[in-house]
Ligand binder design. Structure first.
Ligand code: BES
Ligand code: MN
Ligand code: ZN
Length: 502
């Protein structure tokens, strides 16, 4: 991955392919953000007016390349928009910095080294620029041959971040671990489903566990039968690629708090016998994004040595139609003992998650957070960039939403209206896997709630919207897998470790 270095060099003197400066929207046109003074000087103090002439306004997403004048070591200046300039004395917002840095790194893909002379006045600013740059530099090229693939920007040199200052070193290390794990989640999501089968995903988890001191236990199809995991088996039985339940345990110590994370890992969702129509299945390799996020978050927690125990559960299966597939009308006996009448095999996420949630509950963690690309309804409700947060505890739902906001992930609290439960009443089994169409994202949440152990604080993140980005890249968000929710999960683990949660 892209390397991150902290440099004491000036923006004019560092040897690099390009120097990145920030430009913000001022009251009377573009203004150059702090950090770029030396670059502006090389332009005789006229960089803002040059950019104005070139049509720049400082709006978010803008990226303008200029050949450097004499006096700058880097041959190219890249000006990226920061959005509205902050009030006098105020700092730039973390998300504005993250996005501008991401845009810069994306624009410079293929380059060797870029000096980032963005406004960094604190370790928090440095963290945001580092995260944005490392996430923006992402490229998924594993399946492109030869020269058609342009690799990511190879090195990001942060100017203005003090390399010998402990606080700056710490945020840089955290940003690298976090970004590498988010990019690992993105790789998994982008890997085509013929290669990323449940077994292959489990093998990746196993290898990462060895590397980072995380205990990994894998239940294969035989173990799942023995254990009575009817939900996971029912979803996976139509596929030639059998299901897995993977447990990742990062243990800090006996007395630490315990956060359990559960991820939906449908490596491909065809819908099963309730087959999805063409137009709805082309991106369904992304249906394991929840498991990828959970996996990445556990590894990040281990790499950062967070003072909390984190268990990750990956519920992995491929949802395919075949002669052995679950039929609409079949009844499954879940790991909890509850029976479920499967009315629609395309509502499979709740079946694999039900088993994993009940299993996770047995350890009585201080809190459980599940992450899933669960419903199209959540996408209709909240759009492509915002995930829904449901919970069995108002304070915890608020804490998760606020944590997401703190790390720059868009989320919104959603209710679990009790009256929607009766729509899942089944004449045959304890519950059906489908209910009313109206509010079906919340219906899915209510279904999951039935598989959370008594008295355990639980939140459910429906990331169906933001998990996979089909539009043009923006900021630090690439096309394809985004790594949605990883930053929120890691920050939640940190907060629990700080005694600030649960
Ligand atoms: N994986 C889908 C949900 C999804 C939709 C994820 C769009 C990402 C983008 C899920 O398994 C599904 O098919 N849900 C159904 C449930 C319905 C049958 C009750 C849905 O949302 O239509
Ligand atoms: Mn489905
Ligand atoms: Zn699905």
């Amino acid at each position: 991955m892209t390397a991150l270095t902290l440099s004491t060099a000036g923006a004019a003197t560092l040897r690099a392919d390009a120097v990145v400066v920030g430009v913000a929207k001022g009251a009377k046109g573009p203004v150059i953000a702090p950090g770029a003074e030396a670059v502006d000087t090389a332009f005789d103090g006229k960089l803002a007016s040059v950019l104005d002439t070139l049509g720049a306004s400082g709006a978010e997403g803008e990226a303008i390349k200029l050949p450097s004048p004499a006096g700058l070591k880097a041959p190219v200046v890249l000006a990226v928009g920061l959005g509205a300039a902050p009030e006098k004395g105020e700092a730039y917002g973390a998300e504005a910095l993250r996005r501008a840095a991401g845009t810069a790194a994306r624009t410079l893909s293929g380059a060797k080294k870029a000096a980032f002379a963005l406004p960094i006045g604190s370790p928090e600013d440095a963290a945001a620029v580092a995260e944005g740059a490392l996430l923006g530099a992402y490229a998924f090229t594993a399946y492109q041959s030869g020269d058609s693939a342009k690799g990511p920007l190879a090195e990001v040199a942060l100017l203005g971040a003090k390399p010998r200052d402990k606080a700056y070193k710490a945020v840089a290390e955290r940003a690298v671990a976090l970004a590498e794990e988010i990019n690992r989640a993105r790789d998994l999501i982008n890997t085509p489903p013929n290669d990323l089968t449940p077994e292959a995903f489990a093998a990746v988890a196993s290898a990462a566990g060895k590397e980072h001191g995380i205990k990994v236990q894998i239940l294969d199809e035989k173990a799942l039968v023995k254990g009575g995991f009817g939900g996971i088996l029912g979803v996976g039985q139509g596929s030639a690629n059998p299901p897995r339940l993977v447990k990742l345990s990062y243990t800090h110590g006996k007395n630490a708090k315990h956060l359990a994370l559960v991820g939906k890992g449908i490596t491909y969702d065809s819908g099963g016998i309730s087959l999805k129509p063409a137009g709805h299945n082309e991106t369904m390799k992304c249906d394991m994004s929840g498991a990828a996020a959970v996996f990445a978050a556990v590894v990040a927690a281990a790499r950062l040595g967070l003072p909390v125990n984190v268990t990750g559960w990956l519920a992995l299966a491929e949802n395919m139609p075949s002669g052995s597939a679950t039929r609409p009308g079949d009844v499954l006996r879940m790991y909890s003992g509850k029976t479920v009448e499967v009315l629609n095999t395309d509502a499979e996420g709740r079946l694999v998650l039900g088993d994993a949630l009940w299993k996770a509950s047995e350890e009585k963690p201080d809190a459980i957070v599940d992450v899933a690309t669960l419903t199209g309804a959540m996408v209709l409700a909240l759009g492509n960039r915002t995930f829904g947060v449901m919970a069995n505890d108002d304070a915890f739902r608020t804490a998760v939403h606020e944590t997401a906001e703190e790390v720059g992930e868009q989320s919104w609290p959603m209710p679990l209206p009790a009256e929607l439960r009766k729509g899942m009443d089944s004449p045959t089994a304890d519950i059906a896997n489908m209910g009313e169409r109206m509010g079906s994202g919340l219906v899915a949440g209510l279904f999951l709630q039935e598989f959370v152990g008594e008295g355990i604080t639980w939140a459910h993140l429906d990331i169906a919207g933001p998990a996979f980005h089909e539009g043009a890249p923006y900021g630090y968000t690439p096309k394809g897998g985004t790594g949605s929710s990883v930053r929120t999960l890691v920050r939640l683990a940190e907060r629990m470790g700080e005694g600030d949660l649960g």
